[in-house]
Write a protein that binds this ligand. Sequence first.
Ligand SMILES: *[C@@H]1O[C@H](CO)[C@@H](O)[C@H](O)[C@H]1NC(C)=O
Length: 472
Amino acid sequence: MEAASPALSRIGLAGLAVMGQNLALNIAEKGFPISVYNRTTSKVDDTLDRAHREGLLPLTGHYTPRDFVLSLRRPRSIIILVKAGSPVDQTIAALSAHMDSGDTIIDGGNEWYENTERRLLQVADKGILYLGMGVSGGEEGARHGPSLMPGGSYQAYLNIEDIVKKVAAQVEDGPCVTYIGEGGSGNFVKMVHNGIEYGDMQLISEAYDVLKNVGGLSNAELGEIFSDWNRGELESFLIEITADIFRVKDEDGDGELVDKILDKTGMKGTVLLECCLHARAVHGGADDCGLFGLQVGAVRSGIDKKRLIDDVRQALYASKICSYAQGMNLLRAKSVEKGWNLNLGELARIWKGGCIIRAVFLDRIKKAYRRNPNLASLVVDPEFAREMVQRQAAWRRVVGLAISAGISTPGMCASLAYFDTYRRARLPANLVQAQRDLFGAHTYERIDRSGSFHTEWTKLAQKGNNPVAALN
Ligand SMILES: *[C@@H]1O[C@H](CO)[C@@H](O)[C@H](O)[C@H]1NC(C)=O
């Protein structure tokens, strides 16, 4: 084993597209000497140029996998940031040929968690440790402080803990990173995080739709309202940038740019919450509009603007709680299934900075799970439950108004349905159980005694005690 020479780098990073370059510069800036590598040599040169321009950062470029790996201090840690799927396998193959037992590979891409679990076992044959690390925050985050979600080998995490704690976004209760859990948990958590992110964006766009098309608000008014909302319980990165968007004029024409943008949604990243998947799938652009000749926003006249704005704010907040509750419960269900032991309060904490969903509200989620780590759902936490009850009248008014105006609000509707499912003591699933028992002998349970039961429904229905006959 070579001595820890100062010429050797503390960590390596392979894959120098936008995210890779920015993360490498961030690591170097925090004082950790880093080696970088990319098959396309111009990418290495670009990164070296940037490191030079941004203040002689401790970053060295390497042009072959072997030189790159041998430039690292042992035990080696290498972050790879390439496209998910086979490029990851190819990069692992190229690098691991030169690595030793005890070294670590960290995949920082948006990988499907089961692929990470497969690779974890695969490299373990050579004694190599493995992490699948969610990196959130886009270009800006990667460069100045992302939210990091590393899962896999705990020893591998310990090997890079000092680095990730400095590189991650910093908030008042610590760096936005924690060891997530074993296996592919880091990737799974990142995927759900992305689902929550798209859910937030969908809910905000629905609030905008109602305010604009029912309330008849102008972009200038919308900008003011979102700025105002950003000073209260909705304070978050997404609300803040939305306020900015309404203020940008179209440099190539009249009015604001937002009105000139085609309402098309690119399927980027990992979309999760069903409502936004639906909204995206249904409407791919303006091509097939006007098919139904329906004028939306018909109820605009005679609306109390002030009240509508306040109702929409409350509907947005309550919907957001339900959306996060669903995301958190997805994580909890998977955690139980896989034995990951996820700490949901910690996850809320590491999302408070760096990432797109950063919001004041996440601190309250963190506290709800600290109060009760086994919370069945965020909507039954006493504080959140009280807030939802206070807002439900406004929430129902907004959804009702949108429905009668012919404006679809799938996110707000789905959230309200989720809340009502929790709120009601008894759901109509008894009838579904009866139907399944009738046609498939699936059996059912009873509310008044234990055991499984089966009934000859058709035979009994035809036998005399038939309600129609009784009515006559
Ligand atoms: C290097 O750059 C190319 C093109 O930008 C990219 O496709 C490739 O995955 C990168 N990564 C590695 C490890 O070579």
